[in-house]
Design a protein around this ligand. Structure first.
Ligand SMILES: Nc1ncnc2c1ncn2[C@@H]1O[C@H](COP(=O)(O)OP(=O)(O)OP(=O)(O)O)[C@@H](O)[C@H]1O
Ligand SMILES: [Zn+2]
Length: 459
């Protein structure tokens, strides 16, 4: 059966054909690790995981590469403002290198909790300086760069089709310039290399043919994708906000350097919103996976919520919606585990599932089909085997759920640690107070030989 995917370049659903038979190279723009990921960021990774699993379901071997931006992503897309990493460092009092490590680890934990498949390669921008510098040197040799007081810039006027994917109207943009663009020749030009400011040393800076400084944000993805997947590969993904600036700039650089449009298919996940506004880290207080678990929701309920909407439509987050997703997931888990093993997956149902998911990842339709299967009166063992095959794509991890499994929210875990510390210092009153607080949050503590055990208070 054919696979059809929406390509942002052509702005239509196209049949998917890989460059090499049976293999797919896929590059996904990863997190900027200056803070925790919010659930909006995570929606994009869930979409990318669904895409990868769908490709694998169709028999492809996927070389999945995800980068980690640990330098160069400025607060403003206009090439000014602080580096997000240095900002994170100032806020937390830790070094930029330490926060990169800390938030990368936090991101990996979210990745695992959402049952996202590990990419073949994680690549960090700070580990690819020679590749990025080499790329910029090549652009310079080809005459695409110019120098200003604060860096080396890409000259977008050298390309007639700059911004094609975003269908940018450059003249209108230039005419409407309201902000100072400094020495930049055009509003769409962007930094390839930024010089370290003379008066302050940056924590992350390197020597280069142009002087001490750091790479611009876009160059890392062109350089690292070329290093791992070559100068033309199958699919490039990111969130919808990347179309106009980040991906337009990646394409411009790669077109100038290698003469390709970088990827054959460009795919974008649409925003998760609250009150009709994109969830953003810059908003200060933002929802992350832990915020959901503090309210008693497990990560896979969030995954289910995302699957229930098409990746190419904006999704409005609500607690009621998440509750409905959690209930649906719970029923699915219980049904799956009630059904006996020993069946063989039913080809008819799988065909129906494939038709839905191969139609530009219609996961909402696929979930509806799962419910039709659950409500059908077919052989239960066959149903279970079919559901198992489908879950290889949906990734709800039905198989590993145990009827008595439960998640202890991190706030409760923290209280349990505090209580343990109080007990060790023989502060019995404080320990009792904490036990009560834990009880209020729905858990009982049992002090066994192997240490305290937390169980949900079902009484
Ligand atoms: N509200 C959202 N919904 C879905 N995807 C999002 C949302 N916000 C950002 N993304 C995507 O998340 C991924 C990671 O982005 P990154 O870590 O650079 O976050 P960011 O752009 O700094 O976030 P923010 O803009 O919220 O500060 C990117 O693919 C980006 O397009
Ligand atoms: Zn990127």
């Amino acid at each position: 059966m054919e696979l059809h995917l929406y390509d942002s370049w052509e702005r239509r659903v196209r049949r998917f054909d890989s460059i090499q038979p049976g293999r797919v190279g896929m590059y996904c723009c990863g997190p900027t690790v200056y803070d925790y990921a919010h659930i909006g960021n995570l929606r994009t990774y869930i979409f990318e995981d669904l895409l990868r699993r769908t490709l694998e379901f169709n028999g492809y071997q996927v070389q999945h590469v995800v980068n980690i931006t640990d330098v160069g992503h400025l607060v403003s897309d206009g090439d000014d403002g602080e580096d997000k990493m240095e900002k994170g460092s100032r806020r937390s009092g830790k070094s930029a290198w330490d926060i990169a490590q800390y938030y990368s680890a936090a991101f990996m934990a979210d990745f695992r909790a959402l049952n996202l498949l590990q990419p073949a390669v994680w690549c960090r921008a700070t580990e690819y300086l020679p590749e990025q510098i080499g790329f910029i040197e090549e652009l310079e040799r080809k005459g695409y760069t110019y120098r200003t007081a604060d860096g080396i810039y890409f000259d977008t006027s050298k390309q007639d089709d700059y911004g094609y994917m975003a269908r940018l109207d450059r003249d209108a943009l230039q005419a409407g310039v309201r902000v100072a663009i400094g020495e930049k020749r055009s509003i769409t030009d962007f930094a390839l290399w930024k010089f370290s400011p003379l008066e302050t040393r940056r924590q992350m800076e390197w020597d280069s043919p142009w002087g001490r400084g750091f790479p611009g944000w876009h160059i890392e993805c062109s350089a690292m994708s070329a290093a791992h997947l070559g100068s033309l590969f199958d699919i490039h993904c990111g969130g919808e906000d990347h179309i106009a600036v980040h991906h337009s700039n990646e394409i411009a650089q790669t077109q100038a350097c290698h003469g390709t449009r970088l990827a054959n298919y460009w795919m974008h996940g649409y925003f998760l919103q609250i009150d009709s506004k994109k969830i953003s880290k810059s908003d200060g207080d933002f929802l992350r996976l832990q915020s959901l678990s503090e309210q008693g929701f497990d990560a896979l309920a969030y995954r289910y919520l995302c699957l229930a909407a098409h990746y190419r439509s904006q999704l409005e987050f609500s607690w009621e919606g998440l509750q409905a997703a959690a209930t649906g997931l719970q029923r699915l888990r219980e049904t799956y585990h009630r059904w006996p093993d020993g069946g063989v997956a039913d080809e008819g149902w799988l065909q129906g599932f494939r038709a839905a998911i191969n139609n530009d990842l219609n996961s909402a339709r696929a979930l509806a089909l799962v419910w039709e299967l659950v409500r059908s009166d077919g052989d239960a063992a066959v149903g279970k085997a079919t559901l198992r095959a489908i879950d290889a794509v949906l990734g709800l991890d039905l198989d590993n759920w145990r009827p008595d499994s439960y998640q202890v929210p991190e706030t409760v875990l923290a209280l349990a640690h505090q209580r343990q510390a109080a007990r060790e210092q023989k502060q019995w009153q404080e320990a009792d107070r904490l036990r009560l607080e834990i009880r209020r949050q729905g858990f009982l503590v049992e002090d066994g030989a192997a240490g305290p055990l937390l169980k949900p208070d079902r009484g």
